[in-house]
Design a protein around this ligand. Sequence first.
Ligand SMILES: [Zn+2]
Length: 206
Amino acid sequence: MNKSILEQLQAPFYEEDIEWKIGTVNDKNEPIKGLAMAYITNRAIQARLDDVCGVFGWKNEFVEWGDKGQLCGISIWDEEKRQWITKWDGADDTNFEATKGGLSASMKRAAYQWGIGRYLYNLPAQWVEVRPAGKSWRIKEKPKMPMWALPDCNREYICEKCQNPLMEGDGKTIPQIVVGSKKIFDGHIYCLDCIRIEWKQKKGEG
Ligand SMILES: [Zn+2]
């Protein structure tokens, strides 16, 4: 299988694609704190597979696993070998929310087998304030992702106007400049110098 496909599958996700669940809770002290664990949402996993493999280039299937578990297999079409390659993993139905817990959790695990979201294992342990919510716990404030765990932070961006690599400046990081530039200039990525020039022209016209 093409190496770049695997790299694209393993790329970090934006914070809105992360969901947090609480593992161990320490309620001996106030405030009550829990260990926050990050997962990629299943919606984002599917979107990633669509983007990298094409809508018809991947498929998933579920089978019952013992009494109360689910196995999920994610298959990706290997164009070189002209065959489907499948990775399986399973989860207990009781692991997560009871209803579609097993299905959803087993898909996350099968996705990890492909490297999707595997970088989340490298996050430092994060204890956060939690409050009781029924039988489980709810996070008061979601933990922040470190820069390395966000998309594009190691990628080199080239300004679409002057063709120079983007540099940080004005107290802004490169990812912040990229997001800002895309927002202001209809998806185009410009360096800070070109943003200033474009911005002046834009204002001049208006
Ligand atoms: Zn430029």
